[in-house]
Ligand binder design. Structure first.
Ligand SMILES: [Zn+2]
Length: 176
């Protein structure tokens, strides 16, 4: 797998800075060390066959929910289409550990995203483009959840509607 290097400013990264990592033993090529969250990326890519991209963020609203250990219920159409439903919180673990990889894999389960307690969010996609959209959709759903607390709280979508919309996104949305 190809992983961003550890501790380098993202706006300075060049394609040749990406680190090629063996998903099975986490050995890597070149002079740059891969992200400390490499074990988590490998676990998710190996554990979900349809997933080809994983994005990990510390975006503000997702982190608010993660810091509060509050899941995001299924409240936005695009959230349930792209992420598959409500977003769980992975139990607290130290960054970069196999324990975090296990906790996130368990929390994400059949979804395309999870919150990571006191840390941030992880999203996945069939392509890097889908994972990028998922990152934005999760952040927005967290913001909507927090914002709707001021007007009585959000109304959750039904399981039936969630299943319909997620199925539509996976198999019928787009030009192909
Ligand atoms: Zn992180």
């Amino acid at each position: 797998m190809v992983v961003t290097p550890s501790g380098m400013p993202y706006d300075m990264l060049q394609p040749e800075d990406m680190v090629l990592v063996n998903m099975h033993d986490l050995s890597y090529e070149g002079n740059l060390k891969p992200s400390i969250e490499t074990p988590m990326h490998a676990r998710l890519l190996l554990g979900r066959r349809e997933v080809n991209a994983v994005i990990h963020t510390h975006s503000t609203y997702a982190l608010m929910m993660a810091a509060a250990h509050r899941p995001i219920p299924p409240i936005c159409d695009d959230q349930v289409q792209i992420l598959g439903g409500g977003i769980r919180v992975a139990r607290y673990t130290l960054p970069g550990t196999d324990d975090m990889a296990d906790a996130v894999f368990e929390a994400i389960s059949d979804r395309m995203g999870a919150l990571v307690a006191n840390h941030g969010a992880v999203v996945m996609g069939r392509t890097l483009e889908e994972a990028f959209i998922a990152a934005n959709v999760l952040e927005k759903a967290a913001q909507v959840f927090i914002g709707t607390q001021a007007v009585g709280g959000p109304v959750e979508l039904s399981l039936e509607d969630i299943a319909y919309m997620n199925n539509f996104f996976l198999y019928k949305y787009g030009q192909r």
